[in-house]
Ligand binder design. Structure first.
Ligand code: GDP
Length: 197
């Protein structure tokens, strides 16, 4: 009965230890909320989920890695990029900035969903990347690849995401904060992009 269900690929990219595998594990096991229903896909790929959203079911297949190989065939690029860092690890934020710039220079982001995610916000006392700071690209990232109309908004906030026209979300996988919202957000953005094409 899944034959008419569309499948989308989601790549979760971030430095070692930011919580990528924990996030996918949480996507697999967290309870359904009333906004959508989800069925576990036990018989095939263990890292795919069926999400029922607005009366329509879709399959999301997750992969996670430290970076996307530039040699990758463009046809193999995912439908959505989730760029993940840990708010207690400044280096992981830098990795996300660098990886975004690299993907942009390679023109891999065009017409694809892009979501910047800061994880581990439960570790309040150890926080090293503020919500505000996560918005500000470092100076050496202000290349021509950043749309000019975003310079203005960089003074405000949440604009590493803004600079790349990405969605931005802070989550905690361990306390299950914003994890369901992220899952629904990924699919919602994918469908919006699809409608625009
Ligand atoms: P990966 O290398 O990106 O796949 O990272 P893992 O998923 O293996 O997670 C690395 C470590 O961070 C593990 O010990 C996780 O339990 C922990 N971790 C993941 N998410 C969170 C979170 O939201 N809060 C806290 N406190 N720890 C987390």
């Amino acid at each position: 009965h899944h034959s008419d269900v569309r499948t989308y690929r989601v790549a979760i990219i971030g430095a070692h230890g930011v919580g990528k595998s924990a996030l996918v594990g949480q996507f697999m096991s967290s309870e359904c909320i009333n906004a959508y229903d989800r069925v576990r896909n036990d018989d095939t790929d263990p890292e795919s989920v069926f999400v029922m959203l607005n009366g329509e079911e879709s399959e999301l297949v997750f992969t996670y890695c430290n970076n996307i190989k530039v040699e990758m065939n463009r046809n193999e690029l995912p439908d959505a990029f989730v760029m993940m860092y840990s708010v207690i690890d400044k280096t992981s934020f830098k990795t996300t900035e660098d990886e975004l710039a690299r993907l942009q220079n390679w023109d891999a982001l065009r017409s694809r969903v892009l979501i910047v995610v800061g994880n581990k916000i439960d570790l309040v006392r150890s926080r090293a990347v503020s919500t505000q700071e996560s918005a500000l690209p470092s100076v050496n990232n202000r290349s021509s690849s950043i749309p000019p109309n975003c310079y203005f908004e960089m003074n405000h906030g949440k604009c590493l995401a803004c600079a790349y026209r990405a969605k931005f979300m802070e989550i905690s996988v361990v306390i299950n904060h914003n994890v369901d919202e992220l899952l629904v957000g990924i699919l919602t953005q994918i469908r919006l992009k699809e409608e625009l094409q």
